[in-house]
Design a protein around this ligand. Structure first.
Ligand code: NAI
Length: 457
């Protein structure tokens, strides 16, 4: 069979590319070896948030008396992990089914199987040989592992496996304080498990603004989560994770381990050499239009290792299809938001304070902060922890970074994405009327605070 476009992988990057190309009149085939929806829908964003929703709800129930609710036996409240798994399966199944329906509606041919390049325009899957004028690789990523000695008596899980567990031990160690490590640590702590996080760098969530990580670290420690930073893991024994720290050796006792030290591009079975596609540091190399070094071959989503986020994959898919259809599109990786589903949530776009100071000089930036304790809606919701921080460059006042650590942060960051996309100044955002009472007012206040004009602090 011959197609205009062959897409390898049915995750957010792959299915979006297939639908977009079909909408532009292309004859498209999508090849998927696992389930449609990829990591995000099956073992990533969506199932994680289903689990976190339940531990968040449980926490709210435990606080019910504070909100004047009586008759709830809080001491009996807990999670039915089997029921929770059923709910997770139901949500993911509906969304995966939705992707299948969208592909059908757009007349994309879906082939189940593993794709392998025979040459730059030929893909072998099962006993079929498919010809593609253009090929979009969207094969995603998989969990990384540490090359260390591991006792066979200690269960060591990836995030994929943790998401389906119905039984947990009393104590768990999490290796890696990145996004997966922290979201899973929040889930485990919410289940009542003693969590010990072991992070190689000097702080958890090293990609987040330092001030926010510091507040988060204090809050987690108050909740009983133990955090070991600047810790180099050496081995996993039958009862602990052993790590080097401050010139000595320590251990984090546990009965199971979550390995969350990052993800790497999934290039397995692709046989990229046959097409001559270049790989650097484990990921497929692309330019900002998502083209690889081989004409007609593109790579979108986690497999290019540029920003392993589902919404980046959506944008890259659109960019690649635009390019294939003769347009000129380029990704702007500097304005991609990120969200971390802790309680409260963290959401960011643009530069952290450290990055902005490095780029513009410490005197070249201005910072506005607004604490959530001074925001009416946050008080009403009983969610007073957190901070909104806006960073602008001093010369023109343009916003170059926004960091939200508050309830609804992952939804509210969209306003700052729009502002940064339009190159707005903090003053311009501050001049817009924000609704009251909302958490979003704190964004306006933080923008006012950039010039020392906040009203409620
Ligand atoms: P990550 O890169 O976010 O974090 C890995 C962490 O492990 C880093 O803090 C790193 O310093 C640490 N680490 C590395 N080697 C170590 C060692 N030997 N000992 C101790 N610590 C070590 O990777 P993660 O958390 O696995 O997530 C993978 C990808 O998935 C990321 O790109 C992330 O953005 C994405 N993701 C996004 C989510 C979201 O948007 N809410 C949720 C989950 C994942």
């Amino acid at each position: 069979m011959r197609y205009d476009v062959i897409v390898i992988g049915g995750g957010p990057g792959g299915y979006t590319a297939a639908i977009k190309a079909a909408q532009r009149g292309k004859n498209v085939c999508l090849i998927e070896k696992g389930a449609l929806g990829g990591t995000c829908l099956n073992v990533g964003c969506i199932p994680t948030k289903v689990l976190l929703k339940s531990v968040g709800l449980l926490e709210e129930i435990r606080r019910s008396a504070e909100f004047g609710i009586k008759g709830v036996d809080v001491s009996a409240a807990g999670l039915d992990l089997h029921q929770l798994q059923e709910r997770k399966k139901k949500v993911t199944k509906q969304l995966v089914g939705g992707v299948g329906a969208l592909l059908r509606k757009n007349r994309v041919t879906v082939v189940e199987g593993s794709a392998r390049f025979a040459d730059a325009h030929t893909i072998i899957t099962g006993d079929q040989s498919l010809e593609g004028e253009t090929i979009i690789i969207a094969s995603g990523s998989r969990s990384k592992n540490l090359p260390i000695e591991v006792s066979p008596a200690m269960p060591v899980y990836t995030s994929t496996e943790i998401l389906s567990l119905e039984e947990f031990p009393k104590e768990m160690a999490v290796i890696g304080g990145g996004v997966i490590g922290m979201e899973m640590a929040a889930y485990l702590a919410g289940l009542g498990i003693t969590v010990r996080i072991v992070e190689f760098l000097d702080r958890i969530l090293p990609m987040v603004d330092r001030e926010i990580t510091e507040i988060l670290t204090r809050q987690l420690e108050k909740k009983g989560v133990q955090i070991f930073t600047s810790a180099k893991v050496e081995k996993i024994t039958d009862h602990s994770v052993v790590f080097a720290k401050d010139g000595g050796r320590s251990e984090a006792g546990c009965q199971a381990v979550l390995m969350a030290v990052g993800r790497e591009a999934d290039l397995s079975d692709l046989n990229l050499e046959a097409a001559g596609v270049r790989v650097a540091r484990g990921s497929i190399l692309t330019d900002d239009s998502m083209q690889t070094n081989v004409a007609g071959i593109y790579a979108v989503g986690d497999v290019n290792g540029r920003s392993m986020l589902a919404h980046t994959a959506f944008a890259e898919a659109e960019t690649a299809v635009e390019q294939i259809c003769g347009g000129k599109a380029k990704m702007d990786y500097g304005k991609i938001p990120s969200g971390i589903y802790l309680d409260p949530e963290i959401a960011s776009v643009g530069l952290t304070e450290d990055q902005a100071a490095a780029k513009y000089g410490a005197d070249g930036i201005r910072i506005g902060r607004f604490p959530m304790a001074a925001n009416g809606k946050s008080k009403i919701e009983g969610r007073e922890d957190g901070l909104i921080k806006i960073i602008s460059e001093a010369r023109y006042g343009e916003i170059v970074g926004a960091h939200l650590y508050c309830a609804h942060a992952t939804d509210m960051i969209a306003e700052l994405c729009l502002a940064m996309g339009l190159e707005c100044t903090a003053e311009e955002v501050a001049s817009l009327v924000h609704p009251h009472p909302t958490v979003s007012e704190a964004v306006q206040e933080a923008c006012l605070a950039v010039d020392g004009r906040a009203v409620h602090i």
